[in-house]
Design a binder for this molecule. Structure first.
Ligand code: PMP
Length: 444
């Protein structure tokens, strides 16, 4: 009997015993191609010698020094690396241990900023119905995933919601993609007027939606319009790049491709690529300055923030991605992956949409391709596809949820940045078998 409180209490999970390149191995010697990096985490694959060396060296030199007493070389170097490579003046880096912690810190930083600059009425957050920002109460409070929120609604602070940017489902036939994006972004302005902009601290959004809908990039111009509205009404823009950041979309930060700079950006997952748990919030210099010249400290903190071993691992991960020019591989393999997916699934009766950016790809499953009718949640097709894929040596990340009152099933693909041509073929071949076998069993 296992004493681990597994999240899925009855799950009979294999034991992961080893990892090499893009493959994990279990206790019986079965190999799994990691087609989703767990949940968009292990961007550099498993067992990378440069990262292992960096971790071992740091453990030997200095494992832990509490940030209330010391800074550390790895924390300073990683912050410098991020500041140099981030867009514009996102100059200050606040370290955390993961994504939810990053979002919590960003929400509180936005609030403290407005207290420091004498705008105490700004305390509300606007976010989108199709979003996931983490599972701690503050982060869950600004998320739009109803299923995750429901049991805890009574103990959460509510956010205020606008619609997501979800062209496949919501773009009108008589409007261009650009017009659609502007219409969606303008919902933010309407919501600000409704709430009174002087009461709103920040708008929070994922540039490419991840865990609620299997990778949905915003259409061109959407985030630019969001940025304009935030500027006009003095509201901070928090972009949550926990899942889509750190190279996943082909640029280090996803928002680079939207041509905008947020006020705060949250990071985790790919930052340490699973070699250590680490997250971060990057902030504009002026936000740091307001807090620094006001109270003089940010009223927040966690014991393991800026952990030297985690920072050393993340620095080695990011330097490897840069030195080995892996973002070029992300772009090349992205083209190959999309081509293969379109070739394999474009005529598939139950695949409605294939979308994404870089190696961050969402596949939407439907009951009927023409009407886009979603499959009923009870079909649990996502569970079936995950099980079939695992049985066939593939990790992919199928998900389901009710978004905006609509059921939806999606598969997220997010393979490591080191994936090669033949491995893309292997991934898609195995996925095709998993999808077809699952639908055959569903209809049997
Ligand atoms: N934000 C986003 C966009 C995420 O995708 C996630 C995790 N899926 C989180 C926050 C929470 O991160 P963590 O699970 O590391 O707390």
């Amino acid at each position: 009997m296992s004493h681990v409180f597994h999240r899925h209490c009855h799950a009979n999970l294999p034991t992961a015993t080893g990892g090499h390149g893009i493959y994990l191995t279990d206790q019986n010697g079965n190999q799994y191609l990691d087609g989703c990096c767990g949940a968009a985490v292990t961007s550099l694959g498993y067992g990378h010698p440069r990262v292992i060396d960096a971790v071992q060296k740091q453990v030997q030199d200095m494992t832990f020094a509490h940030t209330g007493f010391f800074t550390s070389e790895p924390a300073e170097q990683l912050a410098e690396f991020l500041a140099i490579n981030a867009p514009g003046t996102l100059n200050k880096v606040y370290f955390t241990s993961g994504g939810s912690e990053s979002v919590e810190a960003a929400l509180k930083m936005a609030r403290q900023y407005f207290l420091e600059i004498g705008q105490p009425s700004r305390h509300l957050y606007i976010t989108r119905r199709q979003s996931y920002h983490g599972n701690t109460l503050g982060a869950l409070g600004v998320g739009g995933n109803q299923w995750r929120r429901e049991p805890f609604a009574a103990i959460m602070t509510d956010a205020h919601y606008i619609d997501p940017c979800y062209a496949y489902r919501d773009q009108h036939p008589n409007e261009s993609e650009f017009e659609y994006g502007q219409r969606m972004a303008n919902q933010l302005e309407e919501k600000l007027r409704e709430l009174g902009p002087e009461n709103v601290a920040a708008f929070v959004a994922e540039p490419v939606v991840g865990a609620t809908a299997g990778a949905v990039p915003a259409v061109t111009g959407y985030l630019k319009r969001i940025r304009e509205i935030c500027d006009q009404y003095g509201v901070l823009l928090i972009l949550d790049e926990v899942m889509c950041g750190m190279g996943r979309t082909g640029t280090l930060f996803a928002c680079e491709q939207d041509g905008i700079e947020p006020d705060l950006i949250t990071l985790a997952k790919g930052l340490g690529a699973g070699y250590q748990p680490i997250g971060a919030v990057m902030v504009q210099q002026r936000i740091f300055d307001a807090i620094s010249s006001g109270t003089g400290f940010f009223q927040h903190g966690h014991t393991y923030m800026g952990h030297p071993v985690a920072c050393a691992a993340a620095l080695a991960v990011q330097q490897t991605i840069q030195d080995d020019q892996l973002l070029n591989n992300v772009k090349q393999m992205s083209t190959k992956l999309f081509n293969r997916l379109h070739h394999t699934f474009s005529d598939h009766p139950y695949i409605g949409d294939i979308r994404g950016r870089g190696l961050f790809v969402g596949i939407e499953l439907v009951a009927d391709k023409d009407s886009k009718q979603p499959l009923p949640i009870e079909s649990s097709i996502h569970t079936a596809i995950k099980a079939e894929a695992m049985a066939n040596g593939l990790m992919c990340y199928p998900m389901s949820g009710t978004i905006n009152g609509r059921d939806g099933h999606h598969i997220l693909l997010a393979p490591p940045f080191i994936i090669n041509d033949t491995q893309i073929d292997e991934l898609v071949d195995k996925l095709e078998i998993a999808v077809n076998t699952s639908f055959k069993k569903l209809h049997a």
